[in-house]
Design a protein around this ligand. Sequence first.
Ligand code: CTP
Length: 183
Amino acid sequence: GRMGIALASEARDLGAEVELILARHSVEPPAGVTLRSVRTVEEMRAAVEEGMPRAEMLIMAAAVSDFVPSSVAEEKIKRGEAGLTLRLEPAPDILAEAAKTRRPGQILVGFALETSRGEERARAKIEAKGIDAIVLNDPALALDRAENEVIVFTAGGDRWELPRAPKSEIARGILGRLSACLE
Ligand code: CTP
């Protein structure tokens, strides 16, 4: 939530026309951007699919979920005597799907959150998802904190470290470097 909101507000300040697809969030979304509220993976998927044709850049700072329930009960599940095991299956990868529909010149950027082998795993996601760059978060800071510390990797092999700073500053650093790349 916070990182996506920081990116939206900094992109707006740089003069971009911003559409912010927003699920659960803990800070107020910025003014001056078009807001699309979503609740589920499917709603986020539909919003991204709908927005892709007019986007110059898609930055996915988060997704609603990595897993979705395998089935949804039609009626209330009775408590009964036994425990309950919920079956989950992998959610569709919205960013990888978007990459499959991209047109030339569109820039796609992902974020990665890893608890081990961060650099290697983040880099691997560039190719696996077919995107242009990935931002590796610091797992201790990424979630619901005001600051972040990231490393940006690009498909071209660049690596930029952005040291610990408020998320707004991190967002500015990411956007500045990406737009320099674009030019
Ligand atoms: N992402 C997505 N759709 C999902 C889950 C993740 O588009 N259902 C996007 C995230 O927005 C992020 C990138 O994919 O930009 C990487 O997310 P992450 O959770 O780090 O990795 P996963 O692709 O889910 O892979 P893994 O679970 O193996 O780390």
